[in-house]
Design a protein around this ligand. Structure first.
Ligand code: TYM
Length: 340
């Protein structure tokens, strides 16, 4: 790690395989930082257990997340890759931040409001406090930039508020000078792909936990499965793409295609105006298939070499801990904890 370089940090929950929302909204956008920033990317297993997980599936999906990062182009020689629960400072700092956050501000998190509705009267407490753990993930490493999808923007705002609150509350370093405890991070949200919608209900975000078959295109899906999901994507009662006012389903397909091709929404739209929806679906499916096939094949190959993956995780854990320990130690000293 280079002290003069800025730090970029992001993470994905190892729940299921990643989907194209995670890829287009997040992981793909990490790649441009690899050469010029200190990069820290990890699998947030502590976040995954905010909802019930099958232990064996969680273990496999954790390896799969890291293998997918590498397969998507995150070169492990240029980034720290690790598993969150292997760096205990995340959970420790989360507790400190929990004590400096309020019920009111956490109740305002829209993701909590959405997710908690699915749990009836038994809402796991972790679902409520989860954004504080995310803030700890970010603040532990003096992070400058956090490339994420749009749904994480509110959590980033909370992270910034917590950092500023702690800086104000504990302004003196353990050696007595005035210095900020935490760096206040900036979110980075991509122009296209920041909010990929469900293929079955294009009014809601594509989500790993969506039980509707075909709603979500996973990076582990076969070519056939990807084609089928796009062909069955919900559009609207019309039949042709219009130049004005596309429905949510049509807009989503255009946006997905634009994002895979790195093109403008309007450039893609112009190619389909006046054509039947079927053309848009088939082309988008083919583009996704061509793009995702090599990623899937590389992921499967990496997963077969467990020793390689474990080596990367071991190195990543050591590098992450070296940084995390320093921050946590300073936090504990400023709080007044006895450290001798
Ligand atoms: P998670 O696992 O839900 O999603 C991982 C990343 O994918 C983005 N994303 C999407 N982007 C576009 N369209 C979608 N439909 C879509 N669904 C998900 C998310 O915005 C995210 O960037 N709390 C986070 C993980 C996390 C984290 C962190 C991220 C934990 N600690 C520290 C950044 C920094 C989460 O649950 O993401």
């Amino acid at each position: 790690m280079n002290a003069t370089r800025k730090t970029v940090l992001s993470a994905v929950q190892p729940t299921n395989s990643m989907h194209i929302g995670n890829y287009l909204g997040a992981v793909r956008n990490w790649i441009p930082y690899l050469d010029e920033y200190d990069c820290i990317f990890f699998a947030v297993d502590l976040h995954s257990i905010t909802v019930e997980q099958d232990p064996e599936a969680l273990r496999e999906n954790t390896y799969r997340s890291i293998a997918s990062y590498i397969a998507c182009g995150i070169d492990p020689a240029k980034a720290i890759l690790f598993v969150q629960s292997q760096v205990p400072e995340h959970a420790e700092l989360a507790w400190v931040l929990t004590c400096h956050s309020s019920m009111g501000e956490l109740s305002r998190m829209t993701q909590y409001k959405d997710k908690s509705q699915k749990h009836g009267s038994h809402i796991p407490t972790g679902l409520f406090t989860y954004p504080v753990l995310m803030a700890a993930d970010i603040l532990l490493y003096g992070t400058h930039l956090v490339p994420v999808g749009e749904d994480q923007k509110q959590h980033l705002e909370l992270t910034r508020d917590l950092a500023e609150r702690m800086n104000h509350r504990f302004p003196k370093s353990s050696s007595g000078e005035d210095s900020a405890l935490f760096r206040v991070p900036e979110p980075m949200i991509a122009k296209t792909g920041a909010r990929v919608m469900s293929l079955q209900d294009p009014e809601s975000k594509m989500s790993k936990s969506d039980p509707a078959p075909g709603a979500c295109v996973f990076l582990s899906d076969s070519d056939k499965e990807i084609e089928k999901k796009f062909k069955r994507a919900v559009t609207d009662s019309g039949s042709e793409v219009r130049s004005e006012e596309q429905s949510a389903g049509v807009r989503n397909l255009i946006q997905i295609q634009a994002s895979f091709l790195n093109q403008d929404y309007n450039a893609v739209l112009q190619r389909y105006v006046g054509k039947q929806y079927g053309y848009l679906k088939v082309d988008t499916a083919n583009i996704a298939v061509e793009h995702l096939r090599p990623i899937r094949e590389r992921t499967e190959a990496i997963l077969k070499d467990r020793a390689y993956l474990e080596g990367i995780l071991k190195q990543g854990r050591a590098a992450a801990r070296a940084r995390a320990e320093k921050t946590l130690s300073e936090v504990y000293k400023r709080l007044g904890f006895v450290r001798e």
